[in-house]
Design a protein around this ligand. Structure first.
Ligand SMILES: C[S@@+](CC[C@H](N)C(=O)[O-])C[C@H]1O[C@@H](n2cnc3c(N)ncnc32)[C@H](O)[C@@H]1O
Length: 382
């Protein structure tokens, strides 16, 4: 049996994040107390003490999870995988009353089936418990207590625990969702790109379910992204420090500020979207100060000397494209005529609409969202 796990010896962790937001995510990790930060493909390695690890999981807006490696080894067969996984004292992490789930990713290795790789670890966990107690913890693939991650590449396996306890972009405020809401981490990075600091109003004229509005509020009010999350994976680590976590959480919560009425507002042509946005913003106390109206942006007053941030619809079918072309043209006219002195950040799920808007971009940044190779485009209105 192992006496000390890998993350305990090295204090090194791995944050999963999308490649196109890695620079912002690395800066955020440093702000939250990480050090020795090294970005790699699809993630970032960093060092953190317990306080920084808890703070990162509670507050980070741009990463999707933080993995704590417990065992790394050469692995050429499922037999080896099973034997190594059995060396871990799984009762350090869970008891028979807990549930767990496995997430595997294998590439360039003799083991080439992630499903079987997961089964091996599952068997090792179940057999360890059965041999010790005659009982076993259950698997719950959707909402487990403990998320276990296996990564095998070039015959090297890493078994890690997910210290976040499920994807961090699931903040818990989105109870009511539309067909294509923007992912929270994408909305959060857009807010970072705007450099909005609350000195001028922020408005989303096509707010849908309100993700950009809510991420702007969380950022401005310094509300930790995990504010509504009930449990974190790090609570299952054998060296979890409950007192430190309680104090740290209190300390993060103490920094929260109020949202002035009228600072953040949104509107949408769809009454269903407005209903959903209202219900989502109200899941956070400051949300009552965000105003949301049921309005076609063509009939809206606009916003002068502020920040406009929005994610217009994108078309899938051909017929949609023509209609959408004129919607983007109207958006351009709206910005020119009713938003003088403002800066606009428009997320285009499909790049072909950029030319339809008829404005000169200040910059364009590649940003993936929901599988779309989109662009965030900045416009200055004079
Ligand atoms: C891609 S969705 C926005 C998704 C949003 N960011 C979210 O996270 O839920 C685009 C939205 O634009 C709205 N929309 C389309 N045409 C509009 C118009 N003329 N005026 C206002 N809203 C409009 C749609 O109702 C839809 O909710």
């Amino acid at each position: 049996m192992l006496s000390m796990y890998e993350y305990q010896k090295s204090s090194r962790f791995f944050a999963q994040t999308a490649d196109d937001i890695k620079d912002f995510a690395a800066t955020e990790l440093a702000e939250l107390g990480a050090c020795d930060i090294s970005p790699v493909f699809r993630g970032i390695y960093f060092n953190a003490d317990k306080a920084a690890l808890y703070r990162i999981n509670y507050s980070a807006r741009l990463i999707s999870r933080v993995l704590a490696p417990i065992l790394t080894f050469k692995c050429h067969s499922t037999d080896q995988l099973y034997k190594k996984a059995k060396q871990i004292n799984w009762s350090d992490f869970l008891s028979t009353g807990n549930t767990f789930a496995l997430f595997s990713n294998v590439s360039d290795s003799k083991i080439n089936n992630s499903y079987y790789a997961s089964l091996c670890i599952k068997d090792a966990i179940v057999d360890s418990f059965r041999e010790m107690t005659g009982k076993r913890p259950d698997v719950n693939a959707k909402d487990p207590d403990l998320w276990i991650n296996l990564f095998i590449t070039r015959n090297k396996a890493v078994i890690s625990l997910d210290t976040s306890g499920g994807p961090l972009h699931k903040r818990g405020y989105r109870k009511d969702s539309l067909a294509a809401p923007m992912q929270e981490t994408v909305a959060a990075v857009i807010i970072r790109y705007t450099e909005w600091d609350g000195s001028v109003p922020l408005y989303d004229p096509m707010c849908g379910s309100g993700t950009l509005l809510i991420e702007a509020m969380l950022y401005y009010c310094k509300i930790p992204s995990g504010f509504l999350r009930k449990t974190f994976g790090f609570e299952f680590l054998p060296d979890f420090d409950k007192k430190l976590w309680r104090e740290l959480r209190k300390d993060c919560d103490r920094r929260k500020t109020r949202l002035p009425k009228g600072l953040i507002s949104g509107s949408d042509i769809s009454s269903q979207a407005v209903k959903s946005a209202r219900s989502n913003v109200n899941n956070i106390p400051e949300g009552k100060n965000i105003s949301i109206n049921n309005l076609d942006f063509n009939r809206a007053n606009g916003l002068e000397n502020g920040v406009i941030v929005t994610n217009p619809p994108y078309g899938i079918r051909m017929g949609d494209k023509e209609e959408l072309g004129s919607l983007y043209k109207s958006m351009g006219d709206f910005l020119k005529q009713k938003c003088k002195g403002s800066t606009a950040y428009i997320y285009f799920g499909e790049r072909e609409f950029i030319k339809k808007i008829g404005l000169n971009p200040a910059w364009k940044k590649p940003l993936m969202s929901g599988g779309l190779d989109g662009r965030l485009v900045k416009y200055e209105m004079f």
